[in-house]
Design a protein. Structure first.
Length: 365
């Protein structure tokens, strides 16, 4: 049996309504900042719970443009998570700023208790990463933000509809940066991203930044970027967004089934499931003894298990200029050696999940 990681062929296997909408759209020629994009932005803002949303060309640019709107510049320090994906750090570095890493805890998110030690006179912003569908402790982090007058940009790329006390990711600060990459919970057919905010000033700034700084065809207000979300991708987004809550609910249901069964297997440890935190499981990750052997066994048995990520960001070649050494972030290092991800998406069948559980059980028998 094969248990695939990517579900895209299933998700878009039977979508005649979408093809009809695309055919109608192509005839309009409304390809750049078109009406379907405006419609998608309004729908997305309503879904998350903010006043505004601005479509951009990737989750990376969603972070970068948010930081740019805050005035982050060369030499500024921006605090973020040591175990994040490269996109978070790349967005910071593209502005000439310096990423300052904070270790994670076993929720895979930034350990907020370590943040204050990292704040210096050069610190200008904090970018918490809501990793794998978990959320950073925004209640504690917002207190630190207020104490030191440091703005926050939420990297919510992996956490659409995650929440703490029913308050959604992306709504705890002035900026929520989301990805619409094909493997995200809400996805389009190419790269895509979107920024949410309830601050009108930032909203107007972001619209300029994504479109070369143009206020109209002939007048440039500021130097900006070419970072528009394609209107064609917005058509796909408009088709999918009504299913957003259903997708999150099914992933949560699948994860709960995994938790119930994998927790009985000696050799597997389930991460903490924090009360009043809604985890949307962009990734389903557990801790595994003899992880590398288990990974090879699962792949041999046709299960496309993964590691997110085998080398922490702070130890990547691109980060050598920060002069960190192995062991500087011990929890991230421990995770890199012990975590494993299993398919958990909304299209996964009961039979496939049972097979994953059986294979893991057989491995440790």
């Amino acid at each position: 049996m094969k248990v695939r990681y990517s579900y895209l062929s299933q998700q878009f296997d039977n979508c005649p309504e979408l093809w009809l909408e695309l055919k109608k759209f192509v005839k309009t020629g409304d390809f750049t900042l078109g009406k379907p994009l405006l419609k998608f932005e309004k729908k997305f803002a309503k879904l998350i719970g903010t006043k505004y949303a601005v479509g951009v060309n990737s989750g990376t640019d969603a972070i970068k443009l948010s930081l740019k709107a805050l005035g982050i510049k060369f030499g500024d320090e921006v605090i973020t998570a040591a175990n994040t994906f490269v996109a978070t750090v790349g967005a910071i570095c593209e502005l000439g700023a310096v990423p300052i890493f904070v270790d994670c805890d076993d929720s895979f998110c930034m350990d907020v208790n370590l943040v204050e030690k990292k704040i210096t006179k050069k610190t200008k912003a904090i970018v918490p990463v809501h990793f794998t569908g978990y959320m950073t402790d925004m209640i504690k982090l917002n207190k630190i933000s207020k104490k030191y007058n440091l703005p926050i940009v939420e990297d919510a790329c992996q956490s659409i509809l995650a929440s703490i006390n029913k308050k959604n990711s992306g709504t705890w600060s002035d900026f929520g940066a989301f990805s619409l990459h094909p493997l995200k919970n809400i996805n389009v057919w190419s790269d895509g991203g979107i920024i949410v905010t309830s601050n009108k000033k930032y909203y107007e700034q972001l619209k300029l930044l994504r479109n070369h700084g143009l206020i109209d065809r002939d007048n440039v207000e500021i130097c900006g970027y070419n970072s528009r979300l394609d209107t064609l991708q917005a058509v796909v987004g408009n088709w999918l967004i009504p299913s957003a809550k259903k997708i999150a609910d099914q992933r949560i249901k699948n994860a709960s089934f995994y938790d119930k069964n994998l927790s009985k297997i000696k050799g597997i440890s389930i991460p903490p499931r924090i009360k009043n935190y809604k985890i949307v499981y962009h990734l389903y990750i557990v801790f595994a003894e003899r992880r590398d052997e288990l990974l090879k066994y699962c792949q041999k048995m046709g299960i496309e298990a993964k590691i997110h990520y085998p080398v922490p960001m702070y130890r990547q070649t691109a980060m050598k200029f920060l002069k960190h050494k192995k062991g500087d972030f011990p929890v991230s290092d421990r995770h890199a050696k012990s975590i494993i991800s299993f398919p958990c998406d909304q299209h996964l069948s009961q039979k496939e999940m049972n097979y994953v559980i059986k294979c893991v059980k057989d491995f440790y028998s």
